[in-house]
Design a protein around this ligand. Structure first.
Ligand code: SF4
Length: 425
């Protein structure tokens, strides 16, 4: 049987698509092996959201060409969509496919290698996930055109997967023993079908028998975030974790970024979410040193983040992406300043996260077990997206309730089980 290896870079959407492609290869008789092992086909599922990610994708292609057995190397995804193809040819991939080519990649590779399977191939019903959580792709593409972002050029305009297809896949994943489904898309809040929007889809998914819980990946403020908050507050199957990318807390910078909200509007939404959803975990992304971000603008961002109870802050130093409007903006901020601002936000994150974790001591939480640490401790994640260590060894993919007895590393929860596993594959 031909051996297949995948190396996936970038976002959760790429992870979800890798799982779909893997299943399609398996339907044609390929066996998945760990990346780095000898293989016949190696797919680099690349990322081009930053120049760095694009370069790393090409490095992975070159490394794959040197793997034992000299596999057939495919570069798939966003790097192939870049207009500026410098380096793409030189990297030496045997096949380069963009977004549209992913759906029939297994078929094209089989054909190129003379491995066509006689008879009709039944496309797989389910994506193949290696770990304990499953990403459910509900949408692709974005047309918001934020000044710094290349995604609309790489993934095209928004396209929603049909609800029936999503529900069918979710049922299969539940049946296969995945207790948590993570809804993902390039701009998740843009999912829609016949006038129905994301909250309706979440309600339908939450009603599926056997589902443990649903987690949402990030939602853009200015889409359906208010309706999603109501839905989260009313539906116990939806994890109490909301990731709302902020990017800046200064209105001048938000306008230059092309974001569709002001700092005050953003703050009002977060306050509504915190008021409605008990013990909410809150995450955000922030870009530091966007062109024109002076000390006052950064101070506004810091003050907003100080004022709101974020448990997770992902700060990124601005990196000009060729092909975006922001790459040509005046007012560049020195790289050292961008990095210093990232460090300030990481320090804030660490304080907020520790305080959030501390608030759970003595409380009961639900943990999805993902692995073991030694013989007598299991590790997993709570609904609020805190890491937890659990006494005893409940099996992977089980959902257990624990009483939090203390913390490790300031923001991890230590706990003992309150009851038997509620869900197990
Ligand atoms: S909302 Fe903005 S940042 Fe997010 S994918 Fe669309 S253009 Fe990029």
């Amino acid at each position: 049987m031909p051996r297949l290896a995948f190396k996936t870079l970038g976002c959760r959407l790429n992870q979800a698509e890798t799982a779909q492609m893997t299943a399609s290869f398996e339907a044609r008789g390929f066996t998945l092996v760990p990346h780095g092992d000898p293989c016949d086909v190696c797919v680099i599922h690349g990322c081009a959201v930053t120049r760095l990610a694009e370069r790393q994708s090409l490095r992975e292609v070159r490394a794959a060409k040197r793997l034992p057995g000299h596999p057939f190397v495919v570069l798939a995804g966003c790097p192939a969509e870049m207009k500026d193809h410098a380096g793409l040819q030189d990297a030496g991939a045997d096949l380069v496919v963009g977004q549209a080519g992913k759906a029939r990649l297994a078929e094209r590779v089989s054909h190129a290698l003379g491995l066509d399977v006689p008879g009709e191939i039944r496309e797989p019903r389910l994506p193949h996930f290696e770990g304990h959580r499953a990403w459910l792709k509900v949408q692709d593409g974005c047309d918001f055109r934020c000044a710094y972002c290349i995604v609309p050029d790489l993934r095209g305009p928004p396209v929603s997967r049909p609800m029936t297809e999503i529900l069918r896949e979710a049922e299969g994943l539940i049946e296969a023993g995945f207790p948590e489904l993570v809804l993902t898309g390039a701009n998740l809040g843009l999912w829609q079908e016949s006038g129905k929007t994301l909250p309706h889809l979440i309600e339908r998914l939450a009603g599926l028998p056997g589902l443990g819980r649903i987690r949402l990946s990030s939602i853009e403020v200015s889409t359906v975030e208010r309706e999603v908050i109501v839905c989260m507050a009313e539906c116990p199957k939806v994890c109490a974790f909301l990731h709302l990318p902020l990017q800046s807390g200064d209105d001048r910078i938000l306008a230059a970024m092309g974001r569709r909200y002001t700092a005050a509007q953003y703050r009002a939404i977060v306050e509504q979410a915190v008021a409605r959803i008990p013990r909410l975990g809150l995450g955000t992304d922030v870009i530091t040193g966007f062109p024109g971000e002076d000390d006052a603008a950064f101070a506004a961002t810091l003050a907003l983040l100080e004022a709101l109870p974020f448990s997770n802050i992902h700060p990124f130093p601005f990196s000009p992406r060729p092909g975006t409007r922001a790459a040509a903006l005046p007012g560049a901020v020195p790289v050292a300043v961008r990095k210093a601002r990232v460090a300030a936000l990481l320090a804030l994150k660490s304080r907020h996260r520790a305080a959030f974790a501390q608030s759970f001591v003595g409380q009961e939480v639900e943990v999805l077990i993902e692995g073991k640490k030694g013989d007598s401790c299991a590790i997993g994640w709570t609904r609020e997206y805190l890491e937890a260590r659990v006494d005893g060894a409940p099996p992977p993919k089980s959902l257990v309730r624990i009483r939090v007895t203390g913390l490790f590393n300031r923001s991890g929860l230590l706990g003992r089980r309150e009851e038997e596993a509620t869900h197990r594959s």
